[in-house]
Structure formats: C-alpha cells, structure tokens
Design a binder for this molecule. Sequence first.
Ligand SMILES: [Zn+2]
Length: 494
Amino acid sequence: MKKASPFEIVAARCWNLLNEGKPFTPIFVLGVFLLYRIGEWSDPSFWSAAGLGLLVTLPFFVIYYCFDFPLLLRNYLWLPLIAALLVWDHGSLSLYLLALGLFFFFTVYFWGTFYYHLRIGTSWWNFTRFWKLVLKNSDSTSGNAQEQMPKFLLLLLIWNHFYSVFYPTGSVAVAPHLLAPAIFAVCLWLYSYVLHANLFDWKPAEDSPLTDKSGWPETAVNEKVIVIVIDGMRKERFEEANAPFLKKLRAEGTEYAQMETVYPARTVVCFSSMFTGTYPREHGIRSNMVWKLGIKVESIFDSLRKVGKTGRLLGIAHLIDSMGSDVESVTAVMHNDAADRNIIERAKRIMDEQNPDLLVAQLIGVDQTGHSRGVLYDEYLQKIEEADRLIEEFVDWLDNRGMMKNTTLLICADHGQADGIGGHGHLDEGERFVPFFLHGPSIKKGLRIEEKHSLISIAPTLAYLLGAPVPSSSRGTVLSESMKTNADRERKTS
Ligand SMILES: [Zn+2]
C-alpha cells in the first residue's frame, strides 16, 4: 500500500515534458540538432551560427507549439514540409535519418518497452506490439508519429539550413536570406489557423449557466457516496467484457447512456472537471502537464468542508497537481497486475481509519493496459474483468461493515481510449462517451437515460446527494432524474 514518494511526484511532472506533444517537439528538435553536430561543439562559431539559426526557426517552434494537429489534422502537416523542401535545399538526409531513428527509439523502445517494463512490469518484448500503437495513435502526445514526424523534420530542416547560412562567419550580411522564412512563417501560421478554424470540430458544446439550486432538498439525500472511476475504460469494450457485477449494478440502478467527457480528455483535466463541475478554461487544468499547480476554483471537497463533511480522492500522483491535499496518492510504479488490488486495499484502509462521507477511488489498471498494450486486444478486456471482481469485493466489504445502507455508488470512467500509446485526449473514436451509472437506495432502478450529459454533472450531483453547497463555479446539471422522489420512497415503505 505504497504512497507516491516525493521523487515520484516530481518525476511524474518531468515525464510529462516528454509525454505531452507540445513540450516534446522543441525538446526533441534541440536534442537531435545538438547531437548531430556534437563534433563541432568546441568551435565557437558553431554556437553563434546555431544560435542565429535557432532565432530564425523560433517562429516555427512557436506555431507548432501553439497548434496541436491531432486526429485528421495531422494529415495536413506534410504539405508545409514539402513546401520547405522546395523553398530551401533539402538539407542533410543523415540528420533526418538520425531524427527518425531517435524518435522511434524513444517512443517504441525507451517509452514503450524500457519505461513500461520498469514502471508497470510489461514484457521486454513490448516493442513488438508497441510500434503499431505509435504509428496509429492520434492524440497530441509525443507518441503520435504522424504528427511528430512532419513537425520535427520541418523544424530541423529550417534550423539546419540557416545554421549553414550563418556558419562560419555568424555574419549579418544575410538579411536577404530572411525574407523567405518570414513569409513562410506567416503562411504557416495562416494555414494552421484556417485549418483549426474549419476542421477542429470535435470539442463538445459547453453549458454556460451556473448550476441551478432551486428545488434542492434541505438535507442530504443520503449519508455517503462512493465514486469508483475506472480510468480509461472505453465504453464499447466494457460492453464486450465479462463484468457481471458492474452490469448488475447498472441494471439495478440508473444508467446514463450518453455521458460525455470533457476536452481535452486527459486524466487530470477530466478529474478536475468532474470534481469542480466546470470546464478547463475555468478550473485552469488544461493538460496532464500542469504548469501552475492547483485548480483555480472550488471543488466538491471544499463544498463538503463547508458543512463539516469530508471527502477523499484516492488516485495517482498527477492528481495532486490539481487537487492538492484532498488527494491520497497511490504509487503508479508497480506491476500493473497489482496496481488495482493495491488501490482497493488502500480504499478499505481509508474507510476504516477516516470513514469519509465521500470517497473517490481511481482504478488505473485498465488505462495503463490500454496505453501499454492497446485497447483492441484481449489484455484490455481482462483488466476490465479484474476491475469488476475488485469492485465487487470492495462493495461486499463495505456492506459487511454496514457502510452501504445509505450510500450511493457512482461508477464511471474519466474518458475512453483510442487505440495507441498515450491514446486519449482529442476525442477520437472510443474516447468521448464513457460508461456511467448510479446505484443505491436513493437511486431509481432499471432506468436508462438516453439524453446527452457531461461528466461536469458529477460535482453538483455529489453536492446534492450529500447536502453540501455546490462548488462556486459548477456549471453541471444535477442528475436528479436518477433519484427517487419522496413519493417513490413512501410507496416503498408503506
Ligand atoms: Zn484517465
């Protein structure tokens, strides 16, 4: 039952620099260029020419940092590369081969094999599967080969070209050479802007009004809520899995058949939205790479404190970046077959020792298997089936302690997963709608709600169930259709 160590918390943040596509591209290009020219480092004019060449390339770094090219957008990145090859000389084939070689070494071997082996115990042969995931992955992580390749090749081509222009003199008599990159940069910015304005259509519509509290009950609907988030559980894969306990809960509770995640569908972003009731633009967590620690708005944990109640969020170290001391962290450095068992044991201990009114537990095995082995293989289904057994055991354990009598269970995923390394964020197939159902004495039985809802409804629904104020920026609607009315309850007792 290991907690995440301070080292792990920092290491997880550093890893994100290489994991998220935005910071990866410039770091990778810088590393490749310097490595390629390692023999010239002792020559002072190398540094001045490389520095001036980098200055000319800077606008291109900025454009490719600002604009992600996920999903179908990445197909449009090859055109600027071809244009650059026509405008400038083709440069150095050996530089491009080095870049491609290092990229696939980094993603397929270092990340997909070495890193996963050390962290979650995947086999040393994982590269035999992983290269396919790297080629397919559509999200803007560093593991998206189809986005990263045309990006870093263009940046290297331009930098290397202007390096040769400036070398060895570092002279400024090169002003005529600067017109072409200036025009090219303006065109690339326009091109990216127009593409995003017209083709970037997968961001879900956002509710704007704040959560309406009229008609809320005066007191708590029930005593406790247990939320179990099966991280990265893709909806149709859950349907295919043999998960009898979860499917029984769903059948005996209320299901939301069209529960939509938020954009971008990265774990820390989703959790922040789920427990504040609002969108990334407002809570401030826009990717797993959290530059400024802490959400900017109230969370359900703050709401509970206002009425003297407690909530705990049991999850991976990344969540501390967003929700700080409300998180009970678990280490993510553990064999993936042991991770969820470890989390469930820790959840029991929290219930024993702290008995919070709200417990949120994040199971990570399914997501980690999706990332490291792909979601369209049997291992992924097996992990869902294991989660089913573990949740059954946990609920029985709570039941035996009398903790389920007046408790609502909420089971969901934070996002689904597309196929491939780092495979979620931009709402590719399989990411957008997540399994979501409620169960308990206050929840209607056998109801299936088809209307579209958003995961931001979780925070206000928890506030409603536990008799707490809504978090101040909550915009979600309460999932009250799922709850029994007083009349339903009286009918039952009479
Ligand atoms: Zn997640």
